[in-house]
Design a protein around this ligand. Structure first.
Ligand code: SF4
Ligand code: SF4
Length: 409
């Protein structure tokens, strides 16, 4: 999947309970308003920044069946979920997305297909429209064929433009996601112009967050601070032009902030992710955390997973915090940041997110920024997201690249 789905909640937060189509939903203190169904880890693209776990190859043989997905949708709906993201990998590699869309509509979800566009045909998009799919989010990569094809390790540039036109032709809002990194951030103005020309209603400029494959490739992908500042300035200028109607969401990169984000809007607060093999997670990367047993839909239902499982309760609220977060006057703002980022970088899942300037581990972020300017490190080859590299990481063959992180997937 792309790094889009969190920002997508910003587009859709205007969706109200009135769209529940009369389906009763239990209102609990925390409620999984957003169900992200990562229906497969298979993908025809090989993006260097992919958010999927680096050991995804373990999970490609035991995908949930159509019936199991439909049960999961039904159970999540009972818990109050109203927004459904259908993601992957590339969800269109499954031939049952049409069935899932129909069921989602019946249950009253607002459904969003998050796709690279590969596999979206006229026949399928018509079926999605008839089935009641509300929204399609397409990933784009650059204005140049060269960078598009390089960063995805595929030849998909022309196809993406055709798919964008097809989405528009079928009356869907045009929603683009562009993951920003060193190779495309300098083209931000042209990317915005391209999006306008394609008739985009909304574009998410998602600066790379460093998890999964993007963490392995951090030195190669991280832009300079000046490039990020320039990109933000260009974005603001574009927004200020009254002729430009397109909505723009610019996801500020963590590493150049001095406070972390409230990751997933709080652990187990509104997001529930069901992975291709049925694991139920509070965030995409949660399986990196040590000593955690995540529930699986094949074993116990989603209600138990959400309300009672030790994993979903582990970092809910703030009682797990230690200093400096515990007594911090800002803790309501960010809940200490991201548990996965804290663990991946510092080895301590309960530490303040190293992004925070108050964290005793903040030097790790400063070092990462310095490393990304080191020509010896940045010249190392990109490890593209593919089955071969996933197998190598599982077998420990790329430890020179991943050893400095405490757990990867
Ligand atoms: S490889 Fe690219 S298209 Fe495929 S899941 Fe990862 S980010 Fe998405
Ligand atoms: S110390 Fe912890 S709670 Fe306070 S701002 Fe930093 S990460 Fe947030």
């Amino acid at each position: 999947m792309t790094q889009a789905s969190l920002g997508q909640s910003v587009v859709q937060k205007e969706i109200h309970a009135s769209q529940n189509n009369g389906v009763a939903a239990n209102i609990t203190q925390t409620q999984p308003l957003w169900l992200l169904a990562e229906v497969t880890y298979r993908c025809p693209l090989h993006c260097a920044f992919c958010y999927n776990p680096t050991d995804y190859d373990k999970h490609t043989q035991n995908e949930l069946t159509t019936e199991q997905w439909i049960d999961a949708l039904r159970d999540a709906r009972k818990l109050g979920a109203i927004q459904l993201g259908i993601s992957g990998g590339e969800p269109l590699l499954r031939d049952d997305i049409e069935d899932i869309v129909i069921e989602a509509k019946k249950l009253g979800y607002y459904s969003n297909l998050i796709t690279s566009g590969v596999g979206l045909t006229e026949k399928r998009i018509k079926a999605f429209k008839e089935g009641g799919l509300d929204h399609i989010q397409l990933s784009m990569h650059d204005i140049t064929e060269e960078i598009n094809n390089f960063i995805t390790n595929t030849k998909t540039f022309e196809l993406k433009k055709k798919v964008a036109a097809m989405i528009k032709d079928h009356g869907y809002p045009m929603v683009l996601n562009v993951v920003m990194h060193r190779y495309n951030i300098g083209h931000i103005k042209e990317i915005l112009e391209m999006a306008e020309a394609l008739g985009a209603d909304y574009i998410e400029l998602a600066n790379t967050q460093y998890y999964g494959w993007s963490l392995v490739n951090r030195n190669q992908l991280m832009p300079l601070k000046e490039q990020v500042d320039h990109a933000e300035a260009v974005t603001n200028e574009f927004r200020a032009n009254p002729n430009n109607k397109m909505k723009i969401f610019f996801v500020v990169p963590d590493y150049f902030s001095d406070r972390p984000k409230k990751c997933m809007n709080g652990w187990g607060e509104i997001f529930m992710i069901v992975t291709a093999n049925g694991d139920v997670l509070p965030c995409h990367s949660a399986r990196v955390l040590p000593n955690m047993q995540f529930p699986n839909v094949r074993e116990k239902g989603l209600e138990w997973a959400w309300n009672d499982s030790p994993a979903f309760n582990k970092y809910r609220g703030d009682s797990w915090m230690k200093e400096p977060c515990r007594s911090c006057s800002e803790k309501e703002n960010d809940l200490g940041g991201c548990r996965c980022q804290a663990f991946l970088l510092s080895g301590d899942a309960e530490a303040a997110d190293p992004v925070c300037s108050k964290s005793p581990h903040h030097h790790l972020i400063e070092k990462a920024i310095e490393d990304s300017k080191n020509p010896v490190l940045t010249a190392q080859p990109i490890v593209f997201r593919n089955d071969k590299n996933s197998k190598k990481i599982i077998a420990g063959e790329l430890n020179d690249r991943v050893d400095e992180f405490h757990a990867l997937p």
